[in-house]
Write a protein that binds this ligand. Structure first.
Ligand code: ADP
Ligand code: MG
Length: 249
């Protein structure tokens, strides 16, 4: 069994909070309100996967050949993947945007069945020899939220989400992949804290995700990412920026 390797988020503060970057063999979640930057963080990960200096690993973690040919799968459930944004981020780093696009399989999922099927297909692609090292689901819960409305559907939704998460966990574990999910939030009244924001999906998502972040807007192009509920890292915050260039300090 290979040990973990890491991928830079683009922000050294955010990498530090993660003890060195996005980690393979785990699921990292970014939750937050519309416009807080979840999709930008996901795009940047695809770009950084194609840049050797943004991958922190040595031969015992992942071979140079695997790094050289690493591919990403981007399951897009909201129709927000933008090839031109990938190119813009790549060019800002001096790398070929078309190489990033060639090595990023984008799958547009219009409903939760398609979303789950695509996640299962990744396993087949890997078995067919595709060197997939990064799997993104952006977002995890929007299709489920649209399809399973009302309390009567909640347990069915949670069961299905649980199956989806276990497929993603298996990809991370068995194939040494980084899995990144984005998530919406809902506001819940709380006796002590007033209105509390919560990531969608309850314990099913909470227990399956290794690293959980809340993202929020700061001043101007600044964003704040707060790590919470990690089994082995302290709660911590990172501040980064989203500009034309992408995600950076
Ligand atoms: P979410 O997925 O959380 O809803 P996004 O990742 O789509 O949010 O973030 C959208 C925000 O990212 C925009 O409001 C803007 O602040 C920033 N952004 C997106 N594209 C660019 C760009 N090309 N240049 C600068 N900032 C950008
Ligand atoms: Mg988005």
């Amino acid at each position: 069994r290979k040990s973990v390797w890491r991928l830079s988020t683009g922000s050294s503060e955010l990498d530090d909070v993660l003890a060195g970057g996005l980690e393979s063999q785990s699921i990292t979640e970014f939750a937050g309100l519309f416009g807080c930057g979840k999709t930008q963080v996901a795009h940047q990960a695809c770009v950084n996967l194609q840049s050797r200096e943004n991958i922190f690993a040595d031969e015992e973690h992942i071979s140079e050949e695997e790094i050289e040919n690493a591919k990403a799968v981007y399951i897009d459930t909201e129709g927000t993947f933008r090839p031109e944004r990938i190119i813009q981020m790549a060019e800002a780093m001096g790398i070929d945007g078309n190489k990033v696009l060639d090595n990023t399989f984008v799958a547009r999922a219009y409903n939760s069945d398609m979303q789950m099927l695509f996640a299962e297909k990744v396993e087949e692609l890997i078995k067919d020899g595709e060197n997939i090292k990064l799997v993104i689901v952006d977002s995890l819960t929007s299709t489920f939220r649209n399809e399973y409305t009302g309390r009567g559907k909640l347990s069915e939704r949670q069961q299905k989400l649980g199956r989806h998460m276990s497929v993603l966990n298996k990809l991370a574990d068995l194939h040494n992949c980084i899995v990144m999910i984005t998530n919406q939030v809902s506001a819940k009244p709380d006796a002590f804290f007033g209105i509390q924001e919560q990531a969608i999906g309850g314990n099913i998502v909470g227990h399956a995700a290794t690293f959980r972040f809340f993202l929020r807007k700061g001043k101007g192009d600044k964003r704040v990412a707060k790590l919470y509920d990690s089994p082995h890292l302290p709660d911590a915050e990172a501040i980064f920026r989203i500009t034309e260039k992408g995600i950076h300090d």
